[in-house]
Design a protein around this ligand. Structure first.
Ligand code: FE
Length: 186
């Protein structure tokens, strides 16, 4: 008789353990889904990793390059950085500064483009974040155009490296040139 009670108790324990394991498994799956969703949210715009004074940044497909970088710098309170990058674009606007007219001549590109070189800097103008980038973009015939990057739409991915320092470098409007330039007296 005791044997039957023992077997019954063991069976009950097995059922209870199995139910508990199923609950654990369900919880794990929910957590995995939540993590996956969080990762997807993160990949919608921009991902980054900080290594020492460097930010390694991945701007994702469809995002505006300059705006994304500017938003990131505001979020991270970056007031001075060197920028370098490569990647691909599907739209870009380059500018060429004409000193006599004190304005940029703009040219739009709307095709798959290799962002073969991106370099420049980040600084501040008052409370505003100043992004100054020059780009070399190449078409599917390997022909390159270059200039002051006004804005661009990322295709697939753009990889940036920001080398930051804790310094704040200011820029100011320079009436002689019509440009916003470094102002070391600020
Ligand atoms: Fe420029």
């Amino acid at each position: 008789m005791n044997k039957y009670i023992f077997t019954f108790a063991i069976s009950l324990l097995a059922v209870w353990t199995s139910a508990a394991n199923a609950k654990d498994r369900t919880q794990t799956v929910i957590e995995q889904i939540q993590k996956k969703d969080a990762a997807v949210m993160k990949t919608l715009e921009l991902e980054y990793k900080k290594i020492g004074t460097k930010y390694i940044i991945k701007i994702n497909d469809g995002q505006p390059l300059i705006k994304s970088l500017k938003d990131f710098c505001r979020q991270k309170n970056i007031n001075f950085a060197l920028v370098s990058g490569i990647g691909a674009l599907r739209k870009a606007t380059l500018g060429f500064y004409m000193p006599d007219k004190k304005e940029f001549r703009l040219k739009n590109f709307s095709e798959q483009l290799s962002l073969s070189g991106l370099s420049g800097n980040i600084s501040s103008s008052g409370e505003k974040t100043e992004i100054h980038l020059h780009a070399v973009i190449a078409d599917d015939d390997f022909k390159a155009n270059a200039g002051h990057l006004q804005e661009a739409e990322v295709s697939q991915s753009v990889e940036l490296i920001l080398e930051t320092s804790g310094e704040k470098i200011q820029k100011n409007f320079n009436p002689e040139t019509g440009l916003i330039l470094f102002d070391f007296n600020k």
